[in-house]
Design a binder for this molecule. Structure first.
Ligand code: PLP
Length: 491
């Protein structure tokens, strides 16, 4: 195989060569370099792009058994991120997380995970048949957000479940909060347990001077990063990076095959190749500029009456060891608005689209795609909203809500989520469900920690807790019946 440098993009180069050779295609995809595609899309995407929509062939390599340009591209990614092996994933970090969980845990095996895990983690647990051991993350009730899981919480979970197959943590959270991953790794490794990291929001951490440690730099064994979310790859494109030792690499490869198409899109894979090259050649400059811009935006927002944008001052609070400032969370509750209302105002009055909103906050991402104009536009829009769209009164404070209702203890786990999902289920009145086994997730925002997960026994305490949170106006997520009149249970 040729020797490549980080400036090269071996997969993209192989694809371009195929096109410039003017090879006559008698293979998939059926549109044949765009010639057979309907003009409605062909005119939008252009023949040059469509000509690169190619298929598995010896010149272009096979994602599932790479020996050529895909292998070279993945090896360059591994070198850049400090991994022993890197893998391209074309169905997002969701696919990466499925494969990571399937690698370390099988039916009946325990895996230690945060209770507020992203649905892809629950999905991986369902697919594998593993049994989750849940850890509660820390909560910041002023912001109405969950923070990281502390090393102490991880240590306790491992002490109680020394037979677990691994620990999975999130680094950083959607809102940019990082826990003390290095310490968590030390604790887990001292019990010979692998550390698996959902690093969907951290593909840029390695390149910023003031950013939290990326998982591999903290000593973790394996992570999945959404290259598409934060840096230059196209939507759906992620990478899994791993270190040898505690991870069975052949099994990981088999699991990545299991959860991905045999016909991965080459343009998507090439975007991973190019995103890696971009980070290698300009990553530090681009990411540090994004951090600077975001810090400027944060400082400006904090001058606007009624708005608050949390930052490094939270470091040292429970579950907050470090912080990624490119996640700009604007707390709008003092305007008398909830996050969804603020998101709508920004979209329809100011033509600004946020990443997401929750009860008290709206989240904006500042990335390498932003410049001074975007930074100023965001600040001006927020200033306009705060000046013209406030409402009398304030929202109920999460601190008040949670001080008046008692938090039920962790429910009894009767079945694994997989058993609950595939079991016979029926809907019954929620108020009469005490003693039954829940077949769905019930979560209230804030703070977004599930009260019940599939396979857990419902208690009278939990019913009362849910009803009081509902009465307090908190947003419910998960169950089919959002009114909480009925709940799905296992028969
Ligand atoms: C914390 C977390 N993990 C995993 C995922 C899944 O990532 P992807 O959308 O790349 O599949 C997301 C997506 O939002 C996420 O927020």
């Amino acid at each position: 195989m040729p020797v490549y440098s980080q400036k090269d993009t071996p997969l993209l180069a192989a694809m371009r060569k195929y096109v410039t050779d003017e090879t006559m295609p008698y293979h998939t995809p059926g549109h044949k370099l765009g010639k057979g595609m309907h003009p409605r899309l062909e005119s939008l995407l252009g023949r040059d792009t469509l000509a690169l929509d190619l298929a598995l062939m010896p010149d272009l390599d096979d994602l599932h058994e790479p020996h050529g340009p895909i292998k070279a591209a993945q090896d360059l990614a591994a070198e850049l991120y400090g991994a022993d092996h890197s893998f391209f994933v074309v169905n997002g970090t969701t696919g990466g997380i499925y494969a990571m969980i399937l690698t370390i845990a099988g039916p009946g095996d325990k895996i230690i995970v945060p209770r507020n895990a992203h649905r892809s983690i629950i999905g991986g647990i369902i697919l594998s048949g593993a049994v989750p051991v849940f850890m509660n993350p820390e909560v910041d009730l002023d912001l109405g957000l969950t923070m990281g899981v502390t090393p102490g919480t991880v240590e306790e979970a491992i002490r109680q479940h020394p037979d677990a197959k691994g620990v999975l943590v999130i680094n950083p959270t959607y809102y940019g909060v990082a826990t003390d991953l290095k310490q968590i790794v030390e604790i887990a490794h001292s019990r010979n347990m692998p550390v698996v990291v959902d690093e969907a929001h951290g593909p840029h951490l390695h390149f910023g001077a003031q950013l939290p440690l990326q998982a591999l730099d903290a000593g973790a064994d394996i992570c999945a990063q959404s290259t598409h979310k934060i840096i230059g790859a196209m939507t759906q494109c992620s990478m899994v990076h791993c270190r040898e030792g505690r991870i069975n690499v052949p099994r990981l490869k088999a699991m990545l095959q299991l959860v991905q198409s045999t016909s991965p899109n080459y343009i998507l894979m090439a975007s991973l190749d190019v995103a890696r090259m971009q980070m290698a050649t300009e990553g530090c400059r681009l990411i540090n500029r994004a951090v600077e811009l975001a810090e400027w935006v944060r400082a400006e927002i904090n001058q606007i009456p009624g708005l608050y944008c949390f930052g490094r001052e939270k470091i040292g609070n429970p579950g907050v060891f470090d912080f990624d400032p490119t996640k700009v969370t604007v707390t709008v509750k003092d305007l008398g608005l909830n996050g969804a209302e603020a998101e709508r105002i920004l979209r329809y009055k100011f033509n600004i689209q946020a990443e997401l909103s929750d009860m008290y906050n709206v989240l904006f991402l500042i990335t390498l795609g932003d410049g001074e104009r975007e930074a100023r536009t965001l600040v001006e829009a927020l200033r306009g909203m705060a000046a013209n769209h406030t409402r009398e009164g304030t929202l109920p404070a999460a601190t008040d809500i949670y001080s008046t209702v008692s938090y039920p203890i962790m429910p009894e786990q009767v079945f694994s989520p997989r058993q609950a999902l595939f079991g016979h289920t029926r809907k019954i009145p929620f108020r009469e469900s005490a003693g039954k086994i829940c077949a769905e997730i019930i979560t209230f925002y804030p703070p977004g920690i599930p009260i019940l997960c599939p396979g857990e026994r419902i208690s009278q305490d939990m019913i009362e807790h849910c009803l009081s949170l509902q009465a307090a106006g908190l947003h419910i997520s998960g169950p089919e019946d959002y009114t909480m009149e009925t709940v799905k249970v296992v028969e």
